[in-house]
Write a protein that binds this ligand. Sequence first.
Ligand code: F6R
Length: 368
Amino acid sequence: EKGGHDYFMLKEIEEQPEALENTLRGHFTGGSVVLDERRLTDQDLRDIDKVFVVACGTAYHSGLLAKYAIEHWCRIPVEVELASEFRYRDPVLGRDTLVVAISQSGETADTLEAVRHARTQRARVLAICNTNGAQIPRESDAVLYTHAGPEIGVAATKTFLAQIAANYLVGLALAQARGTKYSDEVAREFHELAGMPEAVRRTLSTVDQVRELGRDMAGSKAVLFLGRHVGYPVALEGALKLKELAYMHAEGFAAGELKHGPIALIEEGLPVVVVMPSPEGRALLHAKLVSNIREIQARGARTIVIAEEGDEAVRPFADELVEVPSVPTLLQPLVSTIPLQVLAAEIARARGFDVDKPRNLAKSVTVE
Ligand code: F6R
């Protein structure tokens, strides 16, 4: 049952406000952030001096965002690593290291092996998982469940947004335990997070515009995605969605890297999707991205710009402009990802592919 949609993924994209609501519900009580399971003491949390985030695919992209929030709020160094690379590299781990393992299924072999490796090194492990009682949470010291509901489409959508929210909850829980944020600040951050389901709902009004754009882009050979700061992981996620669904060559770049090589790829008519930061919240980065867009437009690229509502400065350089609500910087990925999910699905559909069951992919990857 696709709920009246052309494909299931669209239904799951539209379920994202509820996925966020359900993930946040009950996790802020009595003025503090609570996890689902915790076999770690407050002292254990206070002693953490290093965080590793390990995950694969889309979950890894959510993990990249965890770094921005946790370092900012907790002042602890955070490394984010692909689970399949982590354990073969002899990472420096100890009792005061927290390894955050993010996995929708909770059964991904690479992530599970990373967790086991961390535990043999006596690191503490916190799992973020969408599946109750799965193997990864069972082998972890603490668990925070995302409550996105079962995800049927092979491409992760609502679980990605739920993972971002869960990562931020972990960041707030750590900040609170370590005292790097006062409780009223934690409450304020949580409150902003709790306002996101509504912002996501408003973002869904872009779906029709983006579907039309997707149909129009279906004949392209390749698509590039650019972002900076928290827009960079969003660009990576947009490219991954497009590869897996539309079987199209797609790459995400940190926009600042353009001039260090990728700009050579720009040619007449190449679609480039740019995730803009807020013109007010991140004025400096915004100005840099505008100048990146001018450069690629001057070289013939077709610029597709995801920007905050009312961003007039970027409008002249956008061949297509998709406007998303203005929200605090760390939360921006929760809205700017949505058009990229829809774009990938619609391009895939227009190319005649099964959006819900892309070739060669399985929902849960239980071999390394
Ligand atoms: C992409 C996608 C995959 C998964 C990855 C990790 O749309 O779904 O990249 O994100 O295989 O899966 P989990 O989260 O189950 O560990």
